[in-house]
Design a binder for this molecule. Structure first.
Ligand SMILES: Nc1ncnc2c1ncn2[C@@H]1O[C@H](COP(=O)(O)OP(=O)(O)OP(=O)(O)O)[C@@H](O)[C@H]1O
Ligand SMILES: [Mg+2]
Length: 218
């Protein structure tokens, strides 16, 4: 936990530095009535502030996932529909197609499960390749469990990193470096484990990344 707090603080320091620098530049230019670069500086300021915001949100999700949560019957179709609504613009901009099989009812916490889908789907979008992106979500029954699969047709994750990507602050791709915190999948793992399930990267299912997790039948 100590290391976690340290890394989190470290990750927030640069964006905060950036925000304070941009703000003082804007202030100076404003005083000097030099308006040329102000718009660009404001855009950069907004971008960094929103990055900081998402970092904090992830940290809060991460620590919320440490607390006890209310379990109930949850319809996964509803969870995925809500997630798609939240990510609407991102999905549209990426021209991503989401193929959805009918999903079951499980035992879980709606909001926490939405965080899982949000992270895995936004990863598929962020790390997509050159092919038109298709994300397929399906389920398979396994005794008293459901196995949920979220598969994309992007470049995938090299097999040797299949466990490491679930570590906090681990990121592989150059696309990840600027605006990501490397927390998403560790948040997912914590949430699924609190549901009594497991989450893993299935490297047997062909090209692209395929994330699978188990949940108790509802
Ligand atoms: N669908 C995917 N395709 C290819 N690589 C992926 C995919 N999902 C995750 N990865 C790799 O795994 C790393 C860890 O993912 P994770 O979601 O934990 O962190 P992040 O996306 O870098 O940051 P954050 O989710 O906190 O914004 C990513 O940086 C990326 O390199
Ligand atoms: Mg992520």
């Amino acid at each position: 936990m100590h290391q976690f707090a340290y890394s989190a603080a470290h990750d927030l320091r640069d964006p905060l530095r950036n925000i304070s620098l941009a703000t003082s530049l804007i202030y100076e230019k404003f005083k000097a009535k030099d308006y040329d670069e102000i718009e660009d500086l404001l855009k950069r300021l907004l971008h960094t502030a929103s990055y900081g915001g998402s970092l904090v949100k992830n940290l809060l999700d991460y620590s919320a996932a440490n607390r006890e949560m209310k379990m109930e019957l949850v319809c996964l179709n509803d969870v995925v529909t809500q997630t798609i609504t939240v990510l609407n613009t991102l999905i549209e901009q990426a021209e991503a197609k989401i193929v959805l099989k009918k999903l079951p009812t499980v035992w879980g916490n709606n909001q926490q499960l939405q965080i899982v889908f949000q992270n895995v789907i936004s990863n598929a979008i962020r790390y997509r390749g050159d092919l038109p992106l298709i994300i397929s979500i399906s389920t398979q029954r396994k005794k008293s469990l459901w196995v949920i699969s979220i598969k994309d047709n992007g470049p995938g994750v090299p097999e040797e990193f299949k466990d490491e990507i679930f570590q906090p602050f681990k990121r592989l791709s150059a696309k990840a470096s600027g605006r990501s915190s490397g927390l998403g999948l560790s948040i997912c793992r914590r949430i699924i484990e609190q549901h009594g399930g497991e989450i893993w990267l299935d490297t047997q299912s062909g090209p692209g990344a395929c994330f699978k997790f188990t949940l108790q039948k509802g």
